[in-house]
Design a protein around this ligand. Structure first.
Ligand code: ZN
Length: 459
């Protein structure tokens, strides 16, 4: 039986995820401001990471950190003072980053500032105006249709846009291999669940879990507002980012739909391969999306001067679900259970990164005799042997039991690891070629190392 590298208490993790989703969903986040800061502080209570404040006006390549945005109140009221569109009812009613405004407007004057979704008439759209000083409100199309065209409206946008800071979080988990991987997520959307509160919650639980054990590789965790936050982070850590081997941007991880994987810009990087193998080993159906310049912060990390391959494992990918960027992307749409299912995939992919390495046989000619070293296994029952012997080359050659513990023929694993121990073929490649689980190949390699039959190559 091969034990997983990461064995969290899944029920406790699910309860934790649920609690964080509920607590943080109501906060009004943006690319700067107190909602962002409060969110990061709450997550840093789960497992510590550093908060960094980048002052407004700081130049990050071609971008500048904007003034900090905070909201006291915002509404559109009728002549009797009754609030018809109210920030307190939903923070996405206010266009994110709206500048201050106060006035009495006719319907025709107000209408250009209103945003609705005629095709999804019960949903409030989510809109932003980060880099263009303007104000606006979002409302359901049904609400919009009920507005009196002859009336006048009292509009109050009690916001502040003033020099302050952009806040991001970071943590570095040390490793021994000299290789470092990125685990990034963005945090800037207000009360929207799958995109994007699910990402920061998964990111935090992943950080907490990876921190529980020594790791072979280093992992650089970054949580920042999308685009401008990633640019600020890269600007302050350019040499470290340039040295990254690869990584992930975790986002949209808790929807009810299919798992997805957005490829790195290379498409066949180790990152892509460990994810594909993870899905293959579990026999999980998923949608693979080619790399696209539309998306998230992978574009920043993969730009010409950096070229870090960054992929995304998701569940109901952004752009793909009808509730994307609307008030219907809420806590009813997602679940902590879905989030933890996706977290499991990230952990399994990272386990593969940890276990992937090359070995060299110390008996390259003349196969070593396993029996005299106590390595010839007492092979398992008929089911395993049948699975092993009936699988075609490269197909799955193991059983997935209820606990997702993977196993195949132990003798097969030992023989394949020895066979490919040429110092150049990594365990990832052996797993891809043979259909044996990478975890089991790793365990076989450990036994062969202990038996003096292999040496590890490189880091
Ligand atoms: Zn988004």
């Amino acid at each position: 039986m091969t034990e997983p590298l990461f064995q969290p208490d899944w029920a406790a993790l699910t309860a934790r995820a649920d609690e964080l989703l509920r607590r943080l969903f109501p906060l009004c986040r943006s690319i700067t401001g107190d909602g962002l800061r409060q969110t990061l502080r709450a997550l840093a209570e789960v497992t510590p990471f550093d908060l960094v404040e980048v002052p407004s006006g700081t130049v990050c390549y071609d971008w500048t950190i904007p003034d900090e945005w905070n909201v006291r109140d915002a509404y559109v009221a009728d002549s009797s003072g009754r609030r018809l569109i109210d920030f307190r009812a939903s923070n996405i009613h206010l266009v994110n980053y709206s500048c201050p405004f106060e006035g009495t407007l006719t319907f025709d004057e107000l209408a250009p500032h209103l945003h609705t979704l005629p095709d999804l008439p019960t949903a409030i759209p989510y809109r932003t105006t980060y880099y263009h000083r303007a104000w606006g409100f979002c409302l359901t199309h049904e609400q919009f249709q009920r507005l009196d065209r002859q009336a006048t409206y009292r509009v109050v946008v009690d916001t502040t846009l003033a020099p302050g800071a952009l806040t991001y979080g970071e943590a570095l988990l040390p490793g021994v291999s000299g290789r470092e991987y990125l685990l990034s997520t963005y945090v800037c959307h207000p009360s929207l669940a799958n995109d994007n509160l699910s990402g920061p919650v998964l990111w935090t639980l992943l950080l907490a879990e990876l921190r529980r054990r020594p790791l072979r590789h280093a992992y650089r965790f970054v949580i920042a507002p999308e685009t401008i936050g990633a640019l600020a982070y890269i600007a302050r850590n350019e040499a470290a980012v340039r040295a990254l081997t690869g990584g992930f941007v975790a986002t949209t991880v808790a929807g009810p739909g299919k798992f997805g994987y957005k490829q790195t810009f290379r498409g066949d990087d180790v990152i892509d391969r460990v994810v594909r193998l993870t899905f293959r080993e579990l026999g999980l159906d998923y949608i693979e999306y080619p790399f696209d310049v539309n998306g998230s912060d992978e574009r920043q990390y993969s730009q010409p001067g950096l070229r870090i391959p960054v992929g995304t494992i998701c569940k109901d990918k952004y752009y793909e679900y009808p509730y994307y960027h609307t008030s219907l992307d809420n806590l009813d749409f997602i679940s902590a259970e879905n989030l933890v299912e996706t977290l499991k995939l990230y952990l399994l992919a990272i386990e593969k990164l940890e276990y992937d390495r090359c070995y060299r046989s110390l008996n390259p000619i003349g196969e070593p005799m396993l029996g005299k070293r106590g390595l010839y296994p007492k092979t398992g029952g008929a089911i395993k042997q049948k699975v092993a012997s009936s699988a075609a080359h490269g197909e799955r050659r193991y059983v997935v039991d209820e606990g997702n513990i993977l196993y195949g023929s132990e003798l097969d694993a030992l023989r394949w690891v020895l066979f490919y121990a040429d110092g150049q073929t990594s365990l990832l490649e052996v797993a891809e070629k043979t259909g044996l689980p990478l975890r089991q190949l790793h365990q076989a390699a450990e036994k062969l190392l202990a038996g003096g039959l292999l040496e590890a190559v490189g880091d």
